[in-house]
Design a protein around this ligand. Structure first.
Ligand SMILES: *Cc1c(COP(=O)(O)O)cnc(C)c1O
Length: 382
């Protein structure tokens, strides 16, 4: 007998039937007037949802392509970039930027903590940076950054600096308002808190970022060039490169779901279910890796207790019906990662916690079946 497999990695996240139906529709032409209207609707509604009065880009690609798109359109060789890194994905910007001949300075926090805001302020006073990058949630450490405060600091000390936020594991799950938070580029993908299959590269940009792109003249990148896409984003009847039609429809459905829930309610739900999940994990004996005060609402990383082997535990969890993610970097082998974002719901979480209990039991741990589920439900009902 084969169990269902609940995907509890921090992206891709579980999909719901109404979104799956959109992804399974017969494909149409990108010039089909009905599709053109849907594409336009998605672009307009996403801008409203994230409080972005600049240009929104929704094109085919992964989350990493949106990182590359942000760097390519806002920086040129010789420019100075400050990377604020809270882990593996924060560090990814270093590689993206250095390949383009951009000078990179980095401030890193120890894993599980955030960079002190005073350190960032000091850096910005010391040197003129053309851009700053920060991951909203770094999926390697499950740490959430104070993107609003960082925006205020940049805006106060160095208002010309382009503020780039990687929202791949946060957008639509963790509070973010682009204009209000002085963000110039919010980049994200489709497979995490939006709850769609992977395949969309999404950018929310400010007028400042669009002006910066203009000032660069011709850039070496082709597919991710803002200037190639702006005419299509404003009138999707035009063609530059074929859009991922079924994913655009899926996003339209995802937006219906988000609007029905209410974006603020969705942010609060993520905070609440994350707190309940952390309690349940601690009840089973795991230790949350992220420090209190910066624990992400979208996923949790936790250390194993003594005697639990990573590979064996995750193999048993898979056999019990849930797919977990291994930990990265300095946590590798010592911790696992569990996602709790997007359209994953209480039903999924109860299933997941039960499977964790069964997997632990098979590893020989002393667990009382159902206890962590009780803790989760108790916390959620508060
Ligand atoms: C997943 C993730 C990415 C990379 O997205 P891909 O779609 O895998 O390329 C980038 N940044 C963060 C914070 C992520 O969680």
């Amino acid at each position: 007998m084969i169990n269902k497999r609940l995907v509890m990695v921090p992206g891709p996240t579980p999909t719901v039937r109404s979104i799956e139906n959109e992804m399974g529709r017969p494909v149409t032409a990108h010039g089909d007037p009905a599709f053109v209207a849907d594409y336009k609707d998605v672009i307009d509604r996403m801008g409203k949802l994230l409080d972005c009065s600049g240009q929104v880009f929704v094109i085919a690609g992964a989350g990493s392509l949106s990182m590359e798109m942000a760097i390519a359109n806002n920086l040129k060789a010789g420019d100075n970039l400050l990377v604020v890194s809270h882990g593996f994905f924060g560090d990814r910007f270093i590689d993206v930027a250095e390949r383009k001949g951009i000078h990179v300075d980095t401030i890193k926090s120890p894993w599980g903590k955030t960079v002190p805001l005073d350190d960032l302020a000091d850096k910005l006073k010391e040197k003129k940076y053309d851009a700053v990058t920060v991951s909203h949630v770094d999926t390697s450490t499950a740490v959430v950054a104070q993107i609003e405060k960082i925006g205020e600091i940049i805006n106060e000390i160095s208002p010309e600096t382009i503020y780039i936020v990687d929202g791949v594991a946060a957008t639509a799950g963790v509070r973010c308002y682009v204009d209000k938070m002085h963000i110039d580029v919010l980049l994200t993908g489709s497979q995490k808190a939006f709850g769609i299959a992977p395949g969309l590269t999404i950018l929310f940009t400010s007028q400042k970022s669009l002006d910066r792109r203009k000032s660069l003249g011709t850039i070496t990148e082709y597919y991710v060039d803002y200037e190639k896409w702006i005419p299509i984003m404003q009138d999707p009847a035009k063609y530059f490169s074929t859009p991922p039609i079924n994913l655009i429809w899926a996003m339209q459905k995802a937006l219906d779901i988000i609007e029905e829930e209410g974006i603020e309610n969705r942010y609060e739900r993520h905070e609440k279910q994350a707190a309940a999940m952390r309690k349940a994990l601690e009840c089973m004996g795991f230790t949350v890796t992220a420090e209190e005060g910066c624990q992400a609402p979208t996923l949790t990383n936790c250390y194993y207790m003594n005697g639990i082997d990573d590979a064996q535990f995750r193999k048993y969890a898979l056999e019990e019906g849930i797919i977990l993610a291994g930990a990265l970097g300095e946590y590798a082998g010592k911790a696992f990662r569990i996602g709790h974002m997007g359209n994953a719901d209480t039903y999924d979480f109860i299933e997941a916690i039960a499977a964790l209990e069964r997997a632990l039991k098979r590893c020989g741990a002393d667990v009382e079946p159902g206890k962590a589920i009780g803790v989760f439900e108790e916390e959620l009902s508060k």
